[in-house]
Design a protein around this ligand. Structure first.
Ligand code: PLP
Length: 477
């Protein structure tokens, strides 16, 4: 493709995206295809001869688009939002255009130094402690996902708890991790990948009302495990759990960790970015004093398209001790001075995209006040929806309702719990099949509840109202 062809088709692609985002509201939210439909519509063999870009775009419309679930639809209320925004898309496009591999400072100094600046900026915006800054003992780094951040926290914690021997000698003895029933499954996956083993992931009780980890139960479990010869490695506290946005008491959990010498990882994948609003800084209570690592996802609720998880460590020594490896082919003068950051030592893979560009374009385009306005819009929509649910005698609201997530279920009077749960799931499928909105479910105390997550870039109050109306109408028929 010549530069002129690129310019021509590039403009078409940008127009295509702009039209898509303008019109996405008119499309069914959830893809309306059956398994195999998209695959069958695609040729079985790759083309022998190159094709025109117009034909590729036509197939995008004809084959790909019908098989897309529209995460950017204003009535996408499923999972947690996966925000995009104009500046983020353009930042990502610039990253693709530059095609940089930022594995070492030397392979593109601006890729590294811009990342250092934007993660330090974000730490400041979220009220995170000064020691998370790269010019202090710790530092931040952009990972692809919160799951990778959790795995890296486990790896760094294993390094520290073994006194640095694990990298060479491997795991010996029983190492344990501590989560709650509400912790994201990525911790269990991380335990498998790191070789800790799923059996050694210990499930700490939660408060039955708030679903937050019980620090007293954690303390007891740690003491018992230590007495039985286990080596506790890491506790994961969550700020904004996946099911209900519950917030673990980081300070109290951190005090327990400190007493037992265990690494505290704070998974704030969804909720951490909300702390751009000063009134939500209490979400981070205890992080400054106790967190060894912390991760939040601008790619969920902060207008930055996937993938962009920012992970900070209070002390970078264990992370680098676990991961830094210096093969001959990567040796270079800048690294040997020790004066530069080489982010390949802060992640699993060697190669890395220039993700900082999209976070930089977002932070600069919106400014702190624009980011706060976005979070506050989602919070206000959720509060309004929660109030409607609470006022409706046919529905039960899960309380405490937290941040941008509202969990609720129809009461289905006269039905047994299993029948009511089945009816709630059927209701959700009917709504999702309609294409008008997209919801997911979870279980609280064994009962099915619907989750409606607000905070989409394009979600307005009218979409929340229409969604709630659709749910009530479907439940009453
Ligand atoms: N942690 C929490 C609390 C989450 O809610 C999620 C996803 O929703 C994750 C981790 C996983 O995030 P990622 O997709 O970035 O790995």
């Amino acid at each position: 493709m010549t530069p002129d062809e690129f310019r021509e088709y590039g403009k078409q692609v940008v127009d295509w995206i702009a039209d898509y985002l303008t019109n996405v509201e008119s499309l069914p939210v959830r893809a309306q295809v059956a398994p195999g439909d998209v695959r069958r519509a695609l040729p079985e063999h790759p083309p022998e001869h190159g094709e025109g870009f117009a034909e590729i775009l036509a197939d995008l419309d004809r084959i790909v688009l019908p098989g897309i679930t529209h995460w950017q639809h204003p009535s996408f209320f499923a999972y947690y939002p996966s925000n995009t925004s104009g500046p983020a898309i353009l930042g990502d496009l610039l990253s693709s255009g530059l095609g940089v591999q930022g594995m070492l400072w030397a392979t593109s100094p601006a890729c590294t130094e811009l990342e250092t600046v934007v993660v330090d900026w974000l730490a400041e915006l979220l009220g995170l402690p000064a020691h998370f800054r790269t010019d202090d003992a710790g530092g931040g780094v952009i990972q692809d996902s919160a799951s990778s951040a959790s795995l890296l926290a486990i790896v760094a914690a294993l390094h520290r708890s073994s006194g640095g021997t694990i990298a060479q000698a491997g795991l010996t003895g029983r190492h344990t991790l501590y989560v709650s029933s509400e912790t994201h499954s990525s911790l269990a996956k991380g335990a498998r990948v790191a070789g800790v083993g799923a059996e050694n992931v210990r499930i700490v009780d939660v408060d039955p009302k708030t679903l937050a980890m019980d620090p007293v139960a954690l303390d007891r479990m740690l003491a018992e495990d230590i007495a039985a010869g286990a080596v506790p490695v890491l506790v994961c506290a969550t700020v904004g759990t996946t099911s209900t946005a519950a917030v673990d008491p980081v300070r109290a959990v951190g005090e327990v960790c400190r007493r037992h010498g265990v690494w505290l990882h704070v998974d704030a994948a969804y909720a951490g970015v909300a702390a751009v609003c000063p009134e939500l800084r209490s979400l981070h209570d205890g992080v400054a004093e106790y967190a060894d690592s912390y991760a939040t996802n601008p790619h969920k609720w902060l207008l930055t398209n996937f993938d962009c998880t920012v992970m900070w460590v209070a002390d970078r020594t264990p992370l680098l001790g676990a991961l830094a490896i210096h093969p001959e082919f990567l040796r270079n003068a800048a690294t040997s001075t020790g004066a530069v950051v080489d982010y390949r030592d802060w992640q699993i893979s060697l190669g890395r995209r220039f993700r900082a560009l999209k976070l930089w374009t977002v932070l600069r385009w919106y400014g702190a006040e624009g980011l706060r306005a976005h979070i506050r819009t989602g919070l206000a929509q959720a509060a309004k929806l929660a109030a409607w649910v609470a006022e409706d005698p046919d529905f039960e609201l899960h309380e405490p309702q937290t941040l941008g997530l509202v969990c609720f279920r129809p009461r289905w009077p006269g039905r047994k719990p299993e029948e009511a749960d089945a009816a709630t799931l059927r209701l959700m499928e009917t709504l999702n099949d309609s294409g008008a909105l997209y919801l997911t479910h979870t279980k609280i105390a064994g009962r099915v509840v619907l989750r409606m997550a607000l905070g989409g870039t394009r979600t307005e109050q009218r979409h929340v109202e229409a969604g709630w109306r659709a749910i009530r109408d479907a439940a009453s028929t």
